[in-house]
Design a binder for this molecule. Structure first.
Ligand code: TMP
Length: 215
């Protein structure tokens, strides 16, 4: 398991399974992704763990501009386009090639993060953001989105350090959380919403049970 990059010249129709983890900051996605990757690896599955933003060399640089640097004021539209650029490159060079090879790709965040943070909380419009991201990824969508639902104050208290978006207001993060729940309601077959305050192992088992239906 690694945040690796795979490059292949011949891209075919994806054969693998694409799973995305979403949720507010401090929801425990990293812990649960590690647990799921271990579970799947123990079943002899080929697993690729990756993330947005920052799942590629270029993406790490975009991530830095988006989340870490404080010299430039990144306006909301530029922010949305940078997340989409990271996503396009990530899809083309990491996710699609791995799926083509039959891997199970687990991504820490994907399109729904842009819908929730930029579309809803930044108020740029859900359809605008969906259209940009769909264009960026060219038709590949996750088979399962796991949403770890965490109360804002609990999630924020779990963070050791805060990036540019973590420092947004409580109201901003509440809009993000509600956006995830609304997305899940629209397509319950694709989403698994879990209360992130449950014990870690209980959450892991719920995720494994759902993933077991897909493998
Ligand atoms: P994380 O890697 O620690 O989850 O941090 C990524 C931050 O970027 C998090 O605050 C959510 C935010 N984000 C967006 O605002 N839009 C996006 O499209 C993505 C992928 C992340």
């Amino acid at each position: 398991m690694s945040f690796g990059q795979i490059e292949f010249s011949q891209l075919e129709k994806p054969a693998g399974l694409f799973i995305v983890f979403e949720g507010g900051d401090g929801a425990g996605k990293t812990t649960q992704i590690e647990k799921l990757a271990k579970y799947l690896t123990a079943k002899n599955k080929k697993v690729l763990v990756t993330r947005e933003p920052g799942g590629t060399v270029m993406g790490k640089s975009i991530r830095d501009w988006l989340l870490e640097q404080t010299e430039v004021d990144v306006d909301p539209k530029t922010e949305a386009l940078l997340f989409a650029a990271d996503r396009a490159h990530h899809m083309h060079t990491v996710i699609q090639p791995a799926l083509t090879l039959g891997h199970i790709v687990i991504s820490d965040r994907h399109i729904d993060s842009s819908v929730a943070y930029q579309g809803v909380a930044r108020n740029l419009g859900i359809e605008n953001i969906k259209n940009i991201s769909r264009w960026a990824v060219g038709g590949i969508t996750p088979q399962l989105v796991v949403v770890l639902d965490i109360k804002v104050e609990i999630g924020q208290a779990r963070l050791n350090r805060k990036d540019r978006l973590d420092r947004e207001s409580k109201d901003f993060h509440e809009k993000v959380n509600q956006a995830y729940l609304d997305l899940a309601k629209l397509d319950p077959a694709k989403y698994l919403v879990i209360d992130a305050e449950l014990p870690i192992d209980e959450i892991a088992i719920k995720i494994q049970e759902r993933v077991a239906e897909l493998i």
